[in-house]
Design a protein around this ligand. Sequence first.
Ligand code: AHN
Ligand code: ZN
Length: 331
Amino acid sequence: MTIKNIAIVVCAFSFIACSCGKTTQNTQSVVAYEKISPDFSGDSAYAFVDKQVAFGPRVPNTAQHIACGDYLVAELKRFGAEVTEQKMVVTAYNGTKLNARNIIGSYGMDKKNRVLLFAHWDTRPYSDHDADPANHKKPLLGANDGGSGVGVLLEVARVLQTKSPEIGVDIIFFDAEDYGVPVFSEMYGGSTDHTWCLGSRYWAENPHIPGYKAKFGILLDMVGADGAKFYKEYYSKRYASNIVEKVWSTAGQLDHGAYFIGEDGGGVTDDHVPVNEVLRIPSIDIIDYNPKTDSGFFHAWHTQKDDMSNISKETLIAVGQTVLEVIYKEK
Ligand code: AHN
Ligand code: ZN
């Protein structure tokens, strides 16, 4: 078909679409963006979240934590990644020594141009935002807070094995993110930022490969809730505004603009902060955080209700397909 012919077909189509009067679609849908990445499966990602939750809470120093860590290592290997485990002992706000491990899966080890994808895999030992104070010292299931980011990245790993992108990819599951000072501690309300993100801080200070570099990083945190909204997070814009734009515009092209909101959110102390500030890899946080609401986070945040009932395959797809598209476009 010649260019002129295509133009005639497009015009004819838009004429029909308009003349029937029933459709509200505009002619933009005729020239829709065609994605280049392989399909991201919402069913598969959902199953990866469900499997983690089935271990129970994944709190450092527990048997469930060890079992889930072993599962994550085995899955990355099954999907063809080169796996490095970084075991460490970090000290929690209350002096507890946490046996922690960061789990790293690499693709295209020989490639110099790399992208870093990360999420935390541990879950919080406290449900300190639960409506019932009797639950405040109970660990939570972390379907969304912990499970969702890892679930999306396991599905990304599965896809990476089916087709190599041009760039190398490193997936890191960080440990000991969520052991920060609880509401019931007397330390609460002080400066407690340093009590969160212990695994990512350790890695940023001791990368698994000395001198490790990546073009940019993307953190996924609480990316599974039904109706999630991702605002442009403060530190992401401060350190990596071009990556925020790249990801948000890709999401728009893929018709996921209902999830990726074109407005500024607040700042969240999260695993991307040490990656930006210590290792200086420009990194963004895709996080369900809206500073205009009560806690800012999704409704079941740090409660006993953070279970599979909140998890939506559509949300997982919106995030996962966007991340895949960014990766497969990158050179
Ligand atoms: C703070 O509340 C300081 N940071 C939240 C980071 C976080 C907790 N992400 C998941 N759980
Ligand atoms: Zn949390």
